[in-house]
Design a protein around this ligand. Structure first.
Ligand code: FRU
Length: 479
């Protein structure tokens, strides 16, 4: 039987799903909440759905966690798990969920399909049963500045015990930083405005400590449109946290003001979380989609998907300059078989692996790739679904995908420079029926894309004009 469903990713066919929310590892379980319409596969009536996992691969559906009310949807947010010292009085609870309540006019949504927003403010809900049921905090809202574009609170605890909340003022292109000692009363301490990417709506900000010794932080920002073909995208900035404010350090980014987190069209609204407190490496999960066309996907019976969770790191490029690294968190995935192939020199349409299922991990090392081009295609019969062209002279990668009917209007090629960190190039492709995630050179250049239909029974073909190169690769399939 053809495998039509993703095997490694969390997905939904029957319920609408967008951003991941409230990601947390609590009492040995990973929790994924997500923007969800529990009654329909189409956008609207948004609250928080909930799923749990022990391995980040297999997910168990949980009851809808935070339902919308008439005229008030529950938008994105995050969860904090304070230790006892920080949860005081009658608010003692093991989990605190921070989210945006979005007041809107339901009539206009129904009659004109227009989201007429009246207010966005930050609320709190509390859970004492491991995140299954939630009670609204009696003194909500926590923060209301009378804005219609003020959303996506991301809360974390800092080393001194204080709590930090980032909230986007989306159309003002500002990120507000609030601090709190008790998670209940919040004080605005700084506003981040430094980023020159002034398009679209800024959404789902997140600040991640990547190097505690040198106080290096990464500020991630999702922007709903303004990238290739006016699609959605995510950028990050490296800098320092100084006096309760994030200060960009362009030297960390080789003089750039920001860096693309993912150069593909389909990675949005990522949120970071930790496996085991902030001593472990941060993990991150994003929505595998773009606002450019997401709302039309359910009509094509394409699933809503979250990305593979990714482990984050910081790679030193030179004395001052760093790049964020992303690696798919697959350590607990069960490999059913794997095989290895080596090809060298010049070749054309060379089949590396044939007739494989649509879920696989292809990991390659390319040696002596000092000139010319290498290209790799995922091919279904004669049809190339995804082609990756790596140009060693230009140090660029270009990805093209088969449009099918669905991507015809929105499609373009996706191109990015890559940085050679060593004399060997590495590239991994994680394919899961409806998606392809590509990680290059220690995960410092990444592309994520959705496909216009489920792939199955495909072949991997390679082509080389790089006469000295040697391509060694391993293909793993999963149970
Ligand atoms: C990002 C976003 C958030 C908002 C949510 C609504 O995709 O637009 O800004 O909270 O989705 O579903």
């Amino acid at each position: 039987m053809a495998a039509k469903n993703p095997k490694l990713h969390y997905f939904q066919y029957d319920k609408w799903m967008n951003d991941p929310n409230g990601l947390i590892f609590h009492n040995g379980i990973y929790h994924l909440y997500y923007q969800c319409n529990p009654n329909s596969k189409y956008w609207g009536n948004i609250g928080w759905g909930h799923a749990t996992s022990e391995d980040l691969i297999t997910w168990t559906e949980q009851p809808h966690a935070l339902p919308a009310k008439p005229g008030a949807m529950i938008f994105s947010g995050s969860i904090a798990a304070p230790d006892d010292a920080h949860s005081k009085g009658s608010e003692k609870a093991s989990l605190y969920a921070f989210y945006t309540v979005c007041d809107y006019d339901p009539q206009r949504l129904q009659s004109d399909n227009v989201l007429d927003i009246q207010n966005q403010r930050q609320h709190l809900a509390l859970s004492d049963d491991n995140g299954i049921t939630w009670n609204e905090y009696r003194n909500n809202p926590l923060i209301d500045i009378g804005s219609t574009e003020f959303r996506d609170p991301k809360v974390q605890q800092l080393a001194d015990g204080e709590w930090l909340m980032l909230v986007a003022r989306s159309l003002d292109h500002k990120i507000d930083f609030y601090y709190s000692e008790d998670l209940l009363s919040w004080t605005l301490t700084s506003t981040f405005t430094q980023c020159p990417f002034q398009k679209g709506a800024w959404e789902c900000p997140d600040l991640i400590l990547l190097c505690p010794q040198e106080n290096i932080w990464c500020l991630m920002l999702s922007v709903d449109r303004g990238f290739a073909n006016n699609g959605s995208g995510v950028i990050y900035m490296l800098g320092n946290l100084v006096d309760k404010a994030f200060v960009i350090n362009t030297a960390y980014m080789g003089g750039n003001a920001y860096v693309r987190l993912d150069h593909g069209p389909d990675f949005f609204a990522p949120q970071s979380f930790f496996h085991n407190g902030q001593l472990s490496k941060p993990l991150m999960l994003g929505w595998l989609n773009s606002w450019l066309y997401a709302k039309e996907m359910p009509a094509q019976s394409l699933p809503m998907m979250q990305s593979m969770p990714r482990e984050l790191g910081l790679v030193k490029v030179d004395d001052q300059c760093y790049l964020l690294s992303q690696h798919p968190a697959l350590s607990q995935a069960k490999v059913s078989e794997s095989s290895t192939q080596t090809v060298s020199g010049l070749y054309s349409q060379q089949a590396l692996f044939s007739e494989i299922p649509g879920t696989f991990l292809w990991e390659a090392e390319i040696h002596n790739f000092d000139q010319g081009q290498l290209s790799l295609s995922i091919v279904d019969a004669e049809l190339s679904l995804v082609t990756i062209v790596i140009d060693s002279d230009e140090k660029t990668m270009r990805i093209s995908r088969h449009t099918g009917d669905f991507f015809e209007a929105a499609n373009t090629d996706y191109e990015a420079p890559y940085l050679s960190l060593t004399s060997m190039m590495d590239i991994s492709i994680l394919a899961d029926c409806h998606s392809v995630e590509i990680f290059v050179n220690q995960g410092t250049t990444v592309f994520s894309l959705r496909l216009s239909s489920a792939m199955d029974n495909v072949s991997l073909l390679a082509e080389s004009t790089a006469s000295n190169s040697k391509l060694q690769s391993t293909l793993s399939q999963f149970k």
